[in-house]
Structures are given as C-alpha cells and as structure tokens.
Design a protein around this ligand. Structure first.
Ligand code: SIN
Length: 277
C-alpha cells in the first residue's frame, strides 16, 4: 500500500508497523489521519516513537476514531475518567494486562482500539508488550475446528480479571459487565474472520458441559500463547505511543522488571458495533 504523508515499516510480515513522519502533539492532517487509519487496518498495531503529547493531544487523536471509553475500573480511581493510568512500581501487587487478553470484552461493545502512551520505562530494560494476531490465530485452525467453533457463543465476564486477578470489587455494589460474543467474529471493516476468545475475560462457552467448555477454551488459549508466529513485540521508550486494533488482536504486558517502575496512560475508543459473526 502506498502512503504519501507517513512512512510505514512493518514489525513482522503480518502484524505491527512503526509509523514515522507524524507529530501527534501538533495534530494530524486529514490525509495523515486517513493514511494512519489505512495502516491500522492493515497492520493492526501501530507504533509511533518520540512523541511528546499532552493528555488533551492524546485524547484528541483518539477521538478522530470515535467516542472515548470509560473503563469499568475507573469508578475506583480519581482523575480523568477517559484516561486509564498504567502504573507499576516495586510495591504493585500486579501489573495491568499481565496475561493474554483483549481489552474489556466484557462490554456489550468492547473498545475498537486502545492507544497506550508510555512515559516511563524500567531503567533495567524489560516491560515490553506482546501483541498477537487473531486473524492468523483463526487462519491456523483446521477447517474442522473452524466449523465446530462457528456456531458457538462465549460469555465474557468482567469479574474474571477485575475480581479474580485484581481483587477489586465494584465500588457501588453492582456487577461488572458480562456479555456474550460469538467465538468467531468478522471484523466490521476488513471483513476477515477472527478468533474471539481471550483468557482475560472469556469465562465459558454457552450450551456446553463445563468440562467441554474448559477443554475447548484451554486448547484455544494454548494455541494463542504457544504459537510465537502470531506475535509481534513492542519495546517501549519514553514517548512511544502504540495504537492497537482491539477487535483483531490480543496483548500481554510482560512484567519482567520488578522492582523497577513503568508508567503510561491509555485511552480507548468505544466500539461502534457489537462483535458479530
Ligand atoms: C493493557 O492495556 O493491557 C496494558 C498494556 C501494557 O501496559 O503494555
């Protein structure tokens, strides 16, 4: 694909690209926006380096793609509800996203994308994020498995990570979102098929015995975490912003830098559609 206002250098043959020629702090022109949008659909994970942006510029860039999302955990935190801070220190009990997941698939319309801007990286190195290509994860399944999964629907439950891993009960006594999505979905813009279950949020597959659901999900999760060719790896520097298509990728923040610290801020964009097959 030809680009006139940005340069695009792929990270792997199928997933991830570094974008140069863009200063997100000064805003992007309409043509740059349109080329970034094309590159995002083509590569799913875009990395912009050496960016110096305010929160307002971060949000303004995200708003070009849709309305901003408010994370279900935000009611426990102060500050701007549209900014999710990602902060890990020596005293952290966990680091957000330290496991394969797609963001907030417990929502009826999960975020279509997220932009993470990292401003502090661990001084010892480490703290990379792995991204996995869920188009390729689908393509690599056998036809028999694809056919079997095609009619299945899974439950995505916010309590699984937020209570189960982070031990954060909903402050107002309500429940975290819980929604059903097809196991195989179609990307609303590229029309390609995607394997759409993730170990962060997917609790079970409807209509199956408990052991059947567990066995199928565990096999799919193993497929994702033990197939290195699905993955691209983003190494951060202060000033790196990464924008992923949350509809067709999973990611895993690697916490390999304790007791050092890492800090960033994430803005996510509300999905326009319910995931559908
Ligand atoms: C997340 O959005 O899951 C966090 C990713 C990261 O910190 O690299």
């Amino acid at each position: 694909m030809n680009y006139e206002t940005i340069a695009v250098k792929s990270l792997t043959p199928h997933l991830g690209a570094e974008i140069t020629g863009v200063d997100l702090g000064s805003g992007v022109s309409d043509q740059q926006f349109s080329e970034i949008h094309k590159a995002w659909l083509e590569w799913s994970v875009l990395v912009f380096r050496d960016q110096d942006i305010s929160r307002e510029a971060h949000k303004a860039f995200a708003k070009r793609f849709g309305h901003l999302h408010v994370h279900p955990l935000q009611h426990n935190r102060d500050g701007d509800p549209e900014i999710l801070t990602v902060k890990t220190t020596a005293n952290s009990a966990y680091t957000a996203g330290d496991g394969w997941h797609t963001d907030v698939t417990c929502d009826e319309k999960p975020p279509l994308g997220s932009m993470l801007y990292i401003t502090e990286t661990p001084e010892c190195g480490g703290g990379d994020t792995l991204f996995a290509d869920m188009y390729l994860a689908y393509d690599l399944l056998s036809d028999t498995m694809k056919n079997m999964l095609a009619s299945l629907v899974a439950v995505h439950d916010g309590a699984l990570p937020y209570v189960g891993s982070y031990n954060v009960a909903p402050a107002d006594g309500s429940n975290y979102p819980r929604n059903e999505h097809p196991v195989i979905v179609t990307h609303p813009q590229t029309a390609k098929k995607i394997l759409y279950v993730n170990s962060g949020f997917t609790s079970h597959i409807k209509g199956l015995k408990k052991w059947e659901s567990r066995a199928i999900l565990d096999a799919l999760f193993r497929h994702i975490d033990s197939t290195p060719r699905l993955v691209c790896r983003v190494e951060w520097q202060p000033g790196t912003l990464t924008f992923w298509d949350n509809r067709c990728t999973q990611h895993h923040a690697v916490w390999d830098y304790h007791p050092h610290s890492r800090y960033g801020e994430r803005v996510s964009i509300v999905g326009a559609d319910r995931p559908c097959s």
